[in-house]
Every structure is written in C-alpha cells, then in structure tokens.
Design a protein around this ligand. Structure first.
Ligand SMILES: [Zn+2]
Length: 236
C-alpha cells in the first residue's frame, strides 16, 4: 500500500509481521470499527522461522491485514534477528511518521528478552523525536505523534503493570481469526493440544479483561501521563 494519502489516526510499529496482531489486534479492530484510520509498519519480514518463508509471511500478512481492516501497512525491510537502532533505520521510521502523521502511536514494550523488540522500542521513541525536526532532509513536514503507548508482545514471563487496559471483548474472535492467518507461526509445528500458542494469547486476553471487569482486554504501558476529558469511556 502507498503512503497514506490522508493521515492515520493510529499507527502500530511492529518488529515482525504478527507482533501487531498479538499485542494490539483487538484494539485495532475496535478502533477501525469506530471509524478510525489504522495502519501498521512492520520493521522486518520476520524470517527465517522454522515453517515460514518471506513469500509465505507476506501472504499471511496480506490476509491478516484484510481481517483487521487496516487502512495502510508497509514493511521497511530492516534485518530480522539483528535489528539495530541505526541512524538509517531511525531515518526511515521518522519518515513514515511524518508521512502518516498518527495521533496515536503504539510501540513494543521496552522490557523484553527479544533483542529485536527492545531495539524496536527504542527505535520508535527516537524516530518519534526525529520526526519533529525542522531543517532536515526527512520526507514530509515536521510532526510529533502526540501519544505513544507500549503494547505487550514480550518473550519474558513478567507482569509489568499497564497504564491502562482496553476492553476488546467484542473484538476477540476477530483478533483470533487474524492470528490464525499466520499459520506458519501459530499452527504448523506447534503443539496442537491445550495450551496451544493461540490458547495462550486468548487466555492472557481473558486475564487482562478480568482485571478491568470485562471478558477480554489488551494491556498498554505509557511513560507519560494520560489526560482524560472526563469519566466517559472508563469501564465501570
Ligand atoms: Zn516479534
């Protein structure tokens, strides 16, 4: 898909195709249903993996993109397994932010055992800063994404305290369908008896839903304070 012709409301920065679906899939579906323009920038093609290939992963990503209802998606083609916060990578991502101009930016949570995810988290913060620079040779006009939140796709068995949890009860089945599009990652060669990788994702969504008194939820971190205009929107 070409760069967005009209600005996005939400942009998810993901290291590997399927990271956005794992961490933000339900929230994406919820936002799209509310009429927001949502995009995903995948930093790498995610390969090699035991059962995938670049072509296969690209096909799976197209299928998941349709199921999510994304307005825009692009792969930057940065190196998988050796993703680094290089100046060139920062330049590419800052250019994406200036061209898509999202109000809400979602990045990997900063604490993870996967080095690519850690690099992507830092890269997202630094690209956010660079995107606002004047007198630069970056494409587009200077832009500062006003809100940056962090999603869980962690390979650590840790329990960070989220800043907020979004209710995805009505979006869970659609999220699971988008995840099943990545058959090479979640189905083939994976355990077929409970708990499968997809069971894990569903049950974690149930846990986070329980924390806010709903069926399913997705947790998000924030380094910055979050302002509310009132009590509307808070689950009670
Ligand atoms: Zn990943």
């Amino acid at each position: 898909m070409p760069l967005a012709e009209t600005p996005l409301d939400v942009l998810v920065i993901a290291t590997h195709p399927d990271d956005a679906e794992i961490g933000v899939g339900g929230t994406i579906i919820r936002c799209v249903g509310a009429g927001l323009r949502v995009g995903v920038v995948d930093l790498t093609d995610g390969e090699p993996t035991p059962h995938g290939s670049p072509e296969r992963r690209a096909e799976e990503t197209v299928a998941a993109t349709k199921l999510l209802g994304l307005a825009w998606r692009k792969n930057l083609g940065l190196p998988n397994r050796s993703l680094q916060e290089t100046l060139e990578a920062r330049r590419q991502l800052a250019g994406v932010l200036r061209m898509t101009r999202p109000r809400f930016l979602f990045a990997h949570y900063w604490d993870d055992s996967h080095p690519d995810h850690v690099a992507a988290s830092r890269l997202s913060e630094d690209a956010r800063f660079w995107a606002k620079l004047t007198r630069s040779d970056l494409p587009g006009e200077p832009f500062w994404p006003p809100r940056l939140f962090y999603y869980w796709s962690v390979h650590l068995r840790i329990h960070p305290k989220p800043a907020f949890v979004i209710d995805i009860s009505d979006c869970l089945e659609q999220k699971m369908e988008a995840l099943r599009a990545y058959s090479s990652q979640f189905v083939e060669g994976r355990p077929q008896v409970f708990p499968t990788p997809l069971d894990d994702i569903r049950d974690r969504a149930r846990y986070w839903g329980w924390t806010i008194g709903t069926a399913y939820g997705e947790p998000f971190g924030s380094r910055e304070e979050i302002g509310l205009k009132g009590l509307d929107g808070i689950v009670v």
